[in-house]
Design a protein around this ligand. Structure first.
Ligand SMILES: C[S@@+](CC[C@H](N)C(=O)[O-])C[C@H]1O[C@@H](n2cnc3c(N)ncnc32)[C@H](O)[C@@H]1O
Length: 379
């Protein structure tokens, strides 16, 4: 970046990438399938919309090596671009796939509603054989209802309806955990007694059933999938459960839009632990980059940088020279200049965006960077 100082680059706040609550209310940020299941650490769809408009054309193919809950894929599809997403978390891949699959809507709705009804009629299943973790985090009745729904869904459904049922089950399981209303993101220990709720400013009681969540989320999921079907295109979408440090892509993408994990902040497998427990998903947290439980010690940061270099070098090697690579990152430790250089990427622009966080304990002034890079050459 000859002639442009880091200060000049970092001085920019890109107003097109920063929205107030009034300009972009939560209902817009969580439109249609973007809210099929809560997910901590996603970027907002409107950000991806701007990147697609600026750096891609309809018909292109976009790659996201940290696909998470699938925001890039959903937006690429409505934009008319093909997309490939990779994630090491099996649950995130399931969630992304459920968002982008093209369904036969009437059939899916019918089979989900009959699953719900059959599970309701059968009543809670026995819980004695469930894992220790499940028995610790749910009341007996809640867990029994989740297990019954799982049994009926696995018995009667086939993909793609079964995948949708797995997401509904997971979302209900998240809501039915024995935790407080104000601690759904990071519950530390099960709460079995009434407690003073900081969110509602009154005494609240832990949840004792899952059936109402299963019913509510079945209706909500069907509605959201229908809404997305009105705006989706027939562009191709592929979700791959793999380590993006090593993935050989099935096609050559035109560029990347992604947001990597930040070191020591979020455990992406752990935040959906209930889904791993209930669905028996493959847990590959040992190769999840930046895990919170690895901390931010020097060796952990070195490992993080090596991992980021591996992911972006692997992507660069499969892109054409000059291809755009857009990275949304909170690089408070200044690790990315090194990552980009080692991965064969040239920084063209570093934009700063203000992040509007309206919810509870993680609120406050928060900025993140958008690093707009180009692939230098064959790497
Ligand atoms: C910040 S999140 C991405 C969120 C995404 N932009 C969204 O809107 O949902 C980072 C993701 O990187 C994934 N990840 C961590 N290590 C990985 C690896 N080695 N290979 C692929 N994905 C990985 C995590 O599982 C997590 O889903």
């Amino acid at each position: 970046m000859a002639g442009v100082s880091q200060d000049a680059l970092y001085a920019e706040i890109d107003l097109e990438l920063s929205w107030s609550e009034h300009e972009l209310p939560q209902v817009e940020r969580t439109k249609h399938v973007h809210k099929l299941h809560p997910y901590l650490g996603k970027f907002i769809p409107q950000l991806v919309e701007v990147f697609l408009e600026r750096y891609f054309a309809p018909g292109a193919c976009v790659y996201d090596p940290f696909v998470g809950s699938g925001t890039t894929l959903v937006e690429a599809n409505t934009f008319g671009a093909d997309s490939v997403g990779c994630d090491i978390s099996a649950f995130n891949c399931l969630l992304s796939r459920v968002k982008v699959t093209q369904y036969s809507l009437g059939a899916v709705e019918l089979s989900l509603r009959s699953t719900l009804e059959e599970a309701r009629q059968a009543g809670p299943a026995p819980t004695r054989d469930a894992s220790k973790w499940l028995r610790r985090w749910y009341s007996d009745r809640s867990l029994g209802e989740l297990l019954r729904y799982r049994e009926v869904a696995f018995d009667r459904l086939e993909d793609p309806s079964l995948d949708v049922a797995k997401v509904i089950l997971s979302r209900a399981a998240r809501s039915a955990r024995l935790t407080t209303h104000y601690d759904l993101d990071f519950p530390r220990r099960p709460v079995r007694q009434p407690y003073f709720c900081h969110k509602h400013k009154r005494t609240c009681t832990p949840v004792d059933e899952s059936a109402k969540f299963l019913a509510r989320y079945t209706a909500d999921t069907v509605r959201r999938i229908r809404e997305f079907s009105n705006v989706r295109t027939s562009s191709l979408v592929e979700v791959i459960h793999a380590d993006s440090q090593r993935l050989d892509l099935p096609i050559q993408p035109h560029g990347v839009i992604t947001s990597p994990p930040y070191p020591g902040l979020i455990d992406y497998h752990e935040q959906h632990r209930y889904a791993y427990e209930l669905l028996g998903l493959d847990d590959r947290s040992d190769i999840e980059l930046g895990r919170a439980r690895r901390g931010t010690s020097r060796p952990a940061l070195r490992e993080y940088v090596d991992g980021m270099v591996a992911v972006f070098a692997n992507a660069s090697r499969q892109l054409s020279p000059g291809a755009p690579v857009v990275i949304v990152v909170n690089d408070s430790r200044g690790l990315f200049p090194d990552v980009l250089e080692k991965a064969g990427l040239r920084l063209d622009q570093s934009l700063t965006r203000h992040v509007n966080r309206r919810t509870g304990r993680r609120a406050g002034q928060f900025f993140e960077s958008v690093l707009v890079c180009n692939v230098i050459g064959r790497y």
